[in-house]
Design a protein around this ligand. Structure first.
Ligand code: AKB
Length: 311
C-alpha cells in the first residue's frame, strides 16, 4: 500500500485529492501538509504536518518521519498571482519543486507534480495543440511550468526518480475555490449564477480555454501514478483536457438551469493577455494512448453537477 505525502494539501486540488487518496489508500497512508492549517476535512481527517515548501529540510524530515514512498507536490502560485509577484513566484514554484524533488530523491519516493496549459505560449499552435510542440510561454507561471517539466525529466534521467506529471487545463470544482488563476472565471460563474443570477466576466467573449471537472482531474492523477512505467513516454508533461469553451457557451449551459442568468463583461487586461497566450484546445491523445486517460464530464454534465452541488 502506498504511503503518500501531499504538499499544498489544503489548496484547490490538494483538499479534494487528500480525501480521495485517503479513501483509496487509507487515512493513515496519506500525510497532508501545508504552510498553515485550518479546520477543513483534509487537515483534520488524518495525519497533517505544517510544511513550508521553501524549507527543504523540514519537508525531508516529514517525508522521512512518515516513511513515505510517494510525494505529490501541489503547492504553487497560479498564473495571475505569479504574474503580479514574479520573483516570489520563481522562489516558491521553483524552490518548492526543487526541495520536493530532492526529498523524493533522498527517500526513493515516486513523484507527481502538475504542469499546466500555462506551459504553452503565443507561438504554440492554438488548436489541437500537440503533445510535443513549441513551449515558449510569456508568463512567469509558464516559465515555471516548463522549467518544472524539464527539471522533473532531469530527476528521472539523472537520478532514476519516478517522476510523473500532467499539463492541467482550468479545473472546476464546488469544494475549494481556486485563487489567482486565469481560468478561475469558469468556477466563479457558477457561484455567482447560484447567488445573484448574474456574473461579470474578466475574460472576454470568444476566448476559448481548456477545462476539466475536478473528479476527472483527481482520477487522472491516481491513474497516472498507478500506470505501468514501461508505457510512459511523456512522463512529466501529459496534455489532459475534457472540454474547451468560451464564456458565452458556459453561460448558455447555465441558462438551461437558470433561464434568467445574465453574463456581463469587464475584461481584466492582465488575465486576458495570459488567456490569449494559451491554446484554444489541446490534444490529449498521448495521455489516452500511454495510460488510458479518460474524462467523464463534458460542459453539460459538469454544469448540471456544479449547480446541483452548489444548491
Ligand atoms: C491558472 O489559471 O493559472 C490555472 C492553470 C490553467 O494552470 N488554473
Amino acid at each position: 500500500m502506498k504511503k503518500i505525502m501531499i504538499t499544498g494539501a489544503l489548496g484547490q486540488i490538494g483538499s479534494e485529492l487528500t480525501l480521495k487518496l485517503r479513501e483509496i489508500y487509507g487515512t493513515d497512508h496519506v500525510i497532508a501538509t501545508d504552510i498553515r492549517s485550518n479546520d477543513s476535512e483534509a487537515a483534520t481527517s488524518g495525519p497533517f504536518e505544517m510544511v513550508d515548501v521553501t524549507d527543504g529540510k523540514t519537508m525531508l524530515e516529514v517525508a522521512k518521519k512518515h516513511q513515505v514512498d510517494s510525494i505529490i507536490h501541489m503547492a504553487a502560485l497560479l498564473s495571475a498571482t505569479a504574474e503580479a509577484n514574479p520573483v516570489f513566484a520563481w522562489n516558491l514554484n521553483m524552490g518548492g519543486l526543487m526541495n520536493a524533488l530532492e526529498a523524493a530523491r533522498e527517500t526513493g519516493a515516486q513523484f507527481f507534480t502538475p504542469s499546466s496549459i500555462g506551459a504553452f505560449g503565443p507561438s504554440t499552435p492554438k488548436d489541437l495543440t500537440p503533445q510535443d510542440t513549441i513551449c515558449r510561454p510569456t508568463t512567469m507561471y509558464g516559465v515555471n511550468k516548463v522549467s518544472g517539466e524539464l527539471l522533473s525529466d532531469y530527476y528521472y534521467h539523472k537520478f532514476g526518480v519516478d517522476t510523473r506529471g500532467l499539463r492541467f487545463p482550468g479545473l472546476v470544482s464546488y469544494v475549494t475555490p481556486p485563487g489567482g488563476g486565469t481560468t478561475d472565471y469558469a468556477v466563479e460563474i457558477y457561484y455567482e449564477a447560484m447567488k445573484n443570477k448574474a456574473y461579470t466576466s474578466y475574460i472576454a467573449k470568444g476566448t476559448y480555454m481548456d477545462m476539466m471537472y475536478m473528479p476527472d482531474a483527481l482520477n487522472a492523477i491516481v491513474n497516472l501514478m498507478e500506470a505501468d512505467p514501461a508505457k510512459l513516454l511523456h512522463r512529466n508533461s501529459f496534455n489532459v483536457t475534457a472540454m474547451s469553451f468560451e464564456p458565452e457557451q458556459i453561460a448558455a449551459e447555465i441558462r438551461k438551469h437558470i433561464p434568467e442568468f445574465v453574463l456581463m463583461y469587464d475584461v481584466d487586461p492582465v488575465r486576458q493577455s495570459i488567456a490569449d497566450s494559451w491554446p484554444n484546445a489541446i490534444d490529449a491523445s498521448a495521455a489516452k494512448e500511454e495510460w488510458g486517460f479518460k474524462a467523464e464530464y463534458d460542459l453539460a454534465r459538469m454544469t448540471e453537477d456544479m449547480l446541483n452541488k452548489l444548491k
